[in-house]
Design a protein around this ligand. Structure first.
Ligand code: HEC
Ligand code: HEC
Length: 306
């Protein structure tokens, strides 16, 4: 009995620990993309800023578009062939500068597109992300998914109104820092990936729940923008590791990108029709017109038969 006060103290401490743990877990879950699948509603406070229009029909369409943008693989599942949502690449709902930001881009369209070999509309550009990045099907022009996503993209505002507009594209790694594809050290990329990325994205393309995969069947296909090494490297340098953006230098980002794009991913059937003018970019490593086999793949096959 003389240990009773001690036991009570332990009891209180343990209960406290459980409460803190539960609160922590709740907050963590709230920050992962997975939680969006559960709540089905937008948790982004800044979106109220985006409601530019008085017209309630446009506002309703914008809000539905925001939902599709955040939870694409759940709410637009008919047109999605993997587990990715738009916002997992267009970070922060497309409102982050330089990391696939989509603020004020609508005015550029229709625009010449090298890959398609023609001028395309904003709707066609969104459809292209469905076909490639979402490894799915293009929703028809009149489909609500496309109409609402278009309304969303047309209305989003930057997080900070002070920033220069428009916020477009990816800030690319400068040309003088690009390493020729065959000279990139893929083994170093694997080392860095295992050290800095695998904790979330998994060592074998098997990410933690709520984190998007970077290769394998549930990832973007080989005709997607991120399947190009330099585009992926720019994304990584600007945006990853999540919470530690800009910590990798341009060389490291290219090494990791080469490792990720040496991996197997879904095949985009339309690759043969891409770049009809014939200028296939040097970093399009999955394009047979450019490389009979992915020049980065021997690394995986020869050195890491696990
Ligand atoms: C796997 C990553 C990924 C996913 C998922 C993704 N995109 Fe993209 N998206 C890209 C990349 C890469 C580009 C090309 C950027 C460049 O060329 O610099 C792009 C370009 C775009 C553009 C053109 C941007 C511009 O500046 O003109 C639009 C619009 C767009 N995406 C919308 C969407 C929508 C809507 C979804 C969801 C249905 C989506 N994307 C899903 C990676 C992705
Ligand atoms: C703390 C966890 C975490 C770490 C560490 C991390 N990521 Fe991510 N990554 C994410 C999340 C979460 C997303 C989706 C972004 C969102 O929902 O806002 C993402 C998105 C991505 C995407 C685009 C979506 C996809 O799956 O293709 C790529 C590519 C990527 N990360 C690569 C990397 C690389 C390379 C590293 C290491 C340098 C890294 N990540 C480190 C959590 C992480």
């Amino acid at each position: 009995m003389k240990n009773l006060p001690l036991k009570i103290a332990f009891g209180i401490l343990f209960t406290l620990f459980l409460v803190i743990y539960a609160v922590g877990l709740y907050h963590y879950r709230d920050q992962t993309p997975q939680s969006f699948h559960h709540t089905g509603s937008s948790t982004h406070q800044d979106w109220s800023q985006s409601l530019l229009h008085e017209n309630p029909t446009i506002v309703a369409s914008f809000l539905r578009g925001a939902k599709y943008f955040r939870h694409t693989s759940s709410f637009a599942s008919l047109y999605v062939g993997n587990s990715l949502s738009c916002t997992q690449c267009h970070l922060g709902g497309g409102q982050e500068n330089g990391i696939l930001g989509l603020v004020d881009i609508a005015s550029y369209y229709p625009e010449w597109d090298e890959r398609e070999g023609k001028k395309i509309t904003l709707v066609e550009r969104i459809q292209s992300c469905f076909l490639r990045s979402e490894n799915g099907k293009a929703p028809p022009v009149e489909n609500p998914v496309i109409k609402d996503l278009k309304a969303y993209v047309e209305s989003i505002r930057p997080f900070s109104e002070n920033s220069k507009k428009p916020w477009r594209n990816l800030i690319q790694i400068p040309k003088e820092d690009l390493i020729p594809i065959e000279k990139i050290e893929v083994a170093q990329g694997k080392f860095l990936f295992d050290q800095q990325c695998a904790f979330c994205h998994g060592h074998q393309g098997n990410p933690m729940p709520g984190i998007p995969p970077v290769w394998g069947n549930e990832s973007f296909n080989d005709g997607a923008g991120l399947a190009r090494v330099y585009t992926l490297a720019s994304f990584i340098q600007r945006g990853m590791p999540l919470g530690g953006a800009n910590s990798l230098n341009n060389k490291e980002a290219q090494e990791i990108a080469a490792y990720i794009d040496s991996q197997k991913r879904p095949v985009y059937a339309g690759k043969q029709k891409d770049y009809p003018q014939g200028d296939i970019p040097v970093d399009a490593v999955y394009y047979p017109q450019r490389y009979p086999t992915n020049p980065l793949q021997p690394f995986m096959e020869n050195k890491y038969k696990e």
